[in-house]
Design a protein around this ligand. Structure first.
Ligand code: BES
Ligand code: ZN
Length: 577
């Protein structure tokens, strides 16, 4: 049995198989008043994970006997253990409790913090270890549950959840959902706001605030094409629906693979579909992450590495090999940045992590995504695309709706594709092994041959977001500020509407002492809460003596608008331990 260092529960204890969850949303108190009925197999000591929950009562069913429980001391990483003894014959535990306004899973937004400014909004983000601050459960990805949930909301609000929608009752104020496939608790996800939807495919709605709906529906109209490309790589879609929701601007991630309700940052709605690869990424997660799941955050690369691999296959099918290779090169640039940043903690550059006492939000980096992808690419290069494609299907079959460790993956790969690569080195080694696959494309070579020179309009005039990111990524920093000014004059990069391009451009500008990058960075940090941008821009601002204080002041001014996870991660960067 492998213990999860981020959960008090372990597999020797009674098992929770199902959650029946009743939630009443109270915007004025910023509290969810909840009853959780956990179906239980087994008896004896049971440790549930909690954080910032006020437990009112625990009762064993069917006899309705009160169960004494004990709350442990608060641990900064793990939260608080809820220990109880499950009496023999128990079928379920009923726990009545409330969340606190400080729940780390929940972001409560004032109307002014939403796109439309008319209604309050609340949503959950449970990955990595925040389900426990919303519901008392075994909050380890090695534990899987099915779910039935109801949400009572004020009039005029809609509750959406990552699951299959059921009845709407109580005069339109109670929404019910089911998750019939077993999921780890971190995939519990819901949002409540003034949400409306539009059908964009046979199995897909997009949800958004009214003012965003039409542009979102256009931006993500290719969802069914993406799903079908994904199915051709991964096999039949293992869920019923593939709905999407455009989150408020402070959402901390680009996207999140909540099954049947993909969360997407509004920064993807660029008007030119140039960032839809994030949607492909979250779609692929429905197989790798949601269906086959890492057993703990120490094996997070199994979720993310496989997903980046699948995402690039979808990109290759839909946009061609050249684009997929360019995106791989952009990913490699981000990885190289993180490898430099992690120089003093090389253990965080291994795929297999050791995270006892370490918060997985703070340790998470591009290593899981991009080095994980490179590991799989290395195996593919060694055995050939066809054999690897068959291996991928075998892997998905073998671990369907199960959670596994990196060691289990390596044992499986060693048996199926013996000696394809140095598996141990890839799993446990730091940095990148010799012979790491590299991107190859004519366009990539052409862009990289520019070096630190201004590209001519005949070439760059037709560049999209992908080409710009490759070009900016290959510039040697610090870049001469004359070149940066010339680029801005010719191509208006400081005004880019593609936030991925903008963030890379501003980062380069800050590293190079380019004046206009400072106010523009502060502007982005004031409007968007996506961690991918917050991490690099705050770090670059804080690193320069002339803008160090500005970084602290900007964070102080806007931290109340960021999701609690983003606040923790940025604080760790601004004030290293
Ligand atoms: N599952 C991740 C988001 C995540 C990562 C949540 C780490 C908690 C901890 C999601 O699938 C993801 O990888 N998002 C990326 C975009 C992706 C296209 C690389 C992001 O947020 O930028
Ligand atoms: Zn991902």
């Amino acid at each position: 049995m492998v213990a999860d260092p981020h959960s008090y529960w372990d597999a020797s204890q009674p098992v929770v198989t199902h959650l029946d969850w009743a939630v009443a949303v109270d915007f004025s108190r910023r509290v969810l008043d909840c009853t959780a009925v956990l179906s239980i197999e087994g008896a004896g000591v049971l440790d549930l994970d909690t954080r910032n929950l006020d437990i009112a009562s625990v009762t064993a069913l069917p006899e309705a006997v009160p169960v004494p429980y004990e709350m442990g001391t608060v641990d900064a990483v793990l939260g608080q253990r809820l220990r109880l003894v499950v009496p023999p014959g128990t079928l379920a535990l009923r726990i009545v409790y409330a969340t606190r306004p400080e729940s780390t899973a929940l972001q409560w937004l004032e109307p002014a913090q939403t796109a439309d400014g008319t209604h309050s909004f609340v949503y959950s983000q449970c990955q990595t270890i925040h389900a426990r601050s919303m519901v008392p459960v075994p909050d380890s990805p090695s534990a899987r549950i099915t779910v039935h949930a109801t949400f009572d909301v004020p009039e005029g609000y809609t509750a959406v959840m990552a699951g299959t929608p059921g009845q709407i009752s109580h005069g339109g104020r109670r929404f019910s959902y089911d998750v019939t496939q077993s999921i780890p608790a971190y995939l519990l996800a819901f949002a409540v706001g003034a949400l409306v939807s539009e059908r964009i495919g046979p199995r897909s709605l997009v949800w958004a605030e009214p003012s965003m709906l039409a542009s979102a529906a256009w931006e993500f109209a290719e969802v069914e094409t993406i799903l079908q490309a994904a199915e051709s790589v991964m096999g039949d879609f293992p869920w019923q629906r593939a709905d999407l929701i455009v989150m408020p601007p402070s959402y901390p991630y680009g996207g999140m693979e909540n099954p049947q309700l993909i969360y997407l940052t509004p920064t993807l709605v660029t008007g030119d579909r140039s960032l839809v690869n994030v949607l492909s990424h979250e779609v692929i997660h429905h197989w790798t992450g949601d269906m086959v799941t890492c057993a703990s955050l120490e094996h997070f690369w199994l979720n993310e590495g496989f997903t980046v691999f699948g995402e690039r296959k979808v990109t290759e099918l839909l946009e061609g090999r050249e684009v997929a290779e360019l995106q791989a090169a952009i990913g490699r640039d981000a990885l190289d940045d993180d490898l430099r940043y992690l120089q003093d903690t090389p253990e965080l550059t291994s795929l297999r992590l050791h995270l006892e006492g370490v918060h997985p939000d703070v340790s998470s980096s591009w290593v899981a995504l991009e080095k994980g992808n490179l590991f799989l690419r290395a195996i593919e290069e060694s055995v050939g695309e066809q054999r690897f494609a068959a291996f991928l299907r075998d892997y998905l079959d073998r671990f369907r709706f199960r959670s596994l460790t990196g060691e289990e993956f390596v044992a499986f790969a060693e048996a199926e594709l013996p000696g394809a690569v140095d598996y141990e080195e890839w799993l446990h080694g730091t940095g990148l092994p010799d012979g790491t696959p590299v991107s190859r494309s004519r366009l990539l070579d052409r862009i990289r041959s520019l070096g630190n020179t201004l590209p001519e309009a005949a070439l760059a005039g037709s560049w999209g977001a992908t080409e710009w990111q490759v070009y900016l990524g290959q510039l040697q920093s610090p870049v001469d500020t004359d070149l940066l000014s010339a680029l801005d004059d010719a191509y208006s990069l400081t005004a880019s509407r593609n936030s991925d391009v903008l963030a890379i451009w501003l980062h380069l500008g800050l590293l190079s002492g380019y004046g206009p990058a400072v106010p523009a960075s502060v502007g982005l940090l004031a409007t968007v809460g996506r961690l991918k941008y917050l991490k690099v821009l705050y770090h670059a601002l804080a690193d320069r003596p002339d803008t160090h204080q500005l970084a602290l002041d900007t964070f102080a001014a806007h931290r109340h608008r960021y999701h609690p996870i983003a606040v923790t991660v940025v604080s760790a960067r601004l004030h290293p331990a």
